[in-house]
Design a protein around this ligand. Structure first.
Ligand code: FES
Length: 174
């Protein structure tokens, strides 16, 4: 290889290396875009799963029609059909906030879902209202404390089933 051939070979090799390096940088950019895309997809999936969870055990008054007259002292919560097959459902009471409906022996009861020991959301399992934070338990019949550290019963609202709708009282009854 003479001097001219060597220089030509060096220039071609340098150009190839530069092209490959540019491609690598671009691939790096694509990887970053894909990673961001994955994060976005995860957020959508997380939102979707939250929606699915919400549709399982959450009822919302926004699902209701506006033509139903509400009995005095109550707020319209949901069509009774929304509770079919459920043993409990979380809802937001318009006055008292986070709340839970529980079905005890075929009778729907409504309570605040915030534990009276600390601001922890109670659950309904095996026919008992249960606080996962420190093991407090409440009666699903009247919200009274049946075990653990909670100092007072869960505030209860009356429940009225009428015209195939579920209503909850707008006052605390105990
Ligand atoms: S927060 Fe419910 S038992 Fe402590």
């Amino acid at each position: 290889m003479n001097r001219r051939e060597f220089i030509r070979s060096f220039v071609v090799t340098a150009a190839l290396v530069a092209t490959a390096a540019a491609g690598f940088v671009e691939l790096g950019g694509l990887a970053e875009k894909n990673q961001n895309g994955s994060n976005t997809i995860s957020l959508i999936q997380q939102t979707t799963s939250q929606s699915i969870a919400g549709s399982t055990n959450t009822v919302s008054s926004s699902q209701l029609g506006s033509s139903v007259s509400t009995p005095t002292g109550y707020v319209l919560l949901a069509p009774l059909a929304d509770l079919t097959g459920k043993t409990f459902a979380y809802f937001t009471h318009p006055t008292f906030g986070s709340s839970i409906l529980v079905n005890t022996g075929g009778v729907w009861k409504a309570f605040s879902s915030t534990c009276t020991h600390r601001p922890c959301t109670v659950q309904y399992q095996s026919s008992a209202v249960y606080c996962p934070c420190h093991g407090g338990t409440f009666s699903p019949v009247d919200g009274s404390v049946t075990g653990g550290p909670p100092p007072t019963p869960l505030p209860e609202y009356s429940v009225l089933i009428q015209n195939n709708n579920v209503y909850v009282g707008n006052t605390v009854i105990n």
